[in-house]
Design a protein around this ligand. Structure first.
Ligand SMILES: [Zn+2]
Length: 352
């Protein structure tokens, strides 16, 4: 890695991204006209199709996310649980929105269920969207809905968001605190992981607590993937990955997607909207040094978290790639980080 760049260099390499929240963001702003807002562009969105094209955002995991009812914590310090009927309604609404965006896109937005689909979409300049869910409160202990969602195109899921459900205990948001908070998988959670392995649905470890992470590591026969998390050694946030977790991800041929959220990047946990991109470079460098260049990629969390104004939105991606090049990553390394590592781990998750 020798090719050093110059200050504020823009580097344009197609990016396949591990996490965006455009679906819940669009629903939050109102169902009516949501398709047009994301397809034609909308000032409130960090990702819409014009911004994606400008920034080289070629695709990524589009998460269904059901917000918690209120932000207050319960007696255990956990965010409140979401009831299943409400989660089911919102999951169906966001899944339908994903398909309506595709249907109204005139080919500009493609829901992909294989790596061949993703490559095809990227080659023809169509946004390669992968149907993902973070926190599957919509699913009951019988897991029946998983089969239906799979048929609808679901290919990756996180059992939990950062709150408890019937499958596991999502890690609460705490700074200067290890992810070792609360119990691991329930019996239903174990059944879920086995079913996902059988169906070749990728299980995402971001938002798992420490016990849940290791329970999945024990059961799963697929690569361990944390789609949008950072290095705990640099920013000791409960949402980030400890060295031991990073090592396990490497040992299974898995992947970490760098989360752009400043709260999960900043060494002091500050919600600093002017945070320098060099801190993101430090996380990437740390993970690469620890586990190697094949196991790090991007997981922006666009439209789901506070991001540095040095990136701002999808149009700022070339500045991040430029900062990484300034940090010493050459074109081969940047291509891996930008999309090749994601395509490789999805292929091994879905086809192995
Ligand atoms: Zn998330």
């Amino acid at each position: 890695m020798t090719a050093m760049g110059t200050a504020d260099e823009l580097v344009r390499i197609p990016v396949f991204d591990g996490h965006n929240d455009i679906l819940s963001r669009l629903m939050h702003e109102g169902r009516d006209g949501a398709e047009a807002r994301v397809l034609n562009g909308h000032a409130g969105m960090q990702v819409d199709m014009p911004k994606a094209r400008e920034g080289g955002l070629a695709g990524g995991l589009c998460a269904i996310y059901v917000p918690s009812p209120g932000s207050g914590l319960d007696g255990n310090g956990d965010l409140p649980r979401v009831e299943r009927p409400s989660a089911l309604d919102q999951t169906i609404a966001q899944a339908a929105l994903l398909r309506r965006i595709e249907a109204q896109s005139d080919g500009a937005f493609s829901v992909c269920t294989s790596v061949a689909d993703i490559r095809g979409a990227m080659d023809r300049g169509s946004f390669a969207a992968v149907f993902h869910i973070e926190g599957i409160e919509a699913v009951g202990p019988d897991l029946d809905l998983i089969h239906v969602l799979y048929a609808a195109g679901l290919r990756t899921l996180g059992p939990v968001w950062s709150r408890p459900n019937i499958f596991a205990h999502g890690v609460p948001f705490r700074f200067a605190h290890s992810p070792d908070i609360g119990p691991g998988l329930t019996e239903s959670g174990r059944d879920l992981v086995r079913l996902c392995n059988g169906l070749k649905i990728m299980v995402d470890l971001s938002h798992m607590n420490d016990a849940g992470f290791w329970d999945i590591a024990k059961i799963s026969d697929a690569p361990l993937v944390a789609s949008h998390s950072n290095a705990f050694a640099i920013s000791p946030h409960s949402r980030n990955l400890t060295d031991r977790q990073l090592d396990a991800i490497r040992d299974t041929g898995g992947l970490v997607g760098l989360n752009f959220g400043v709260k999960f990047l900043h060494p002091e946990g500050k919600a600093d909207s002017a945070m320098d991109l060099s801190i993101m470079v430090r996380h990437v460098q740390y993970i690469v040094d620890r586990v190697g260049i094949d196991h790090v990629a991007l997981g922006s969390d666009f439209d789901g978290t506070l991001i540095s104004n040095k990136i701002g939105d999808a149009t700022g991606i070339p500045r991040l790639l430029g900062a990484l090049r300034m940090g010493g990553f050459d074109d081969e390394a940047l291509t891996k980080i930008a999309h090749a590592n994601w395509l490789s781990v999805l292929k091994r998750s879905w086809e192995a």
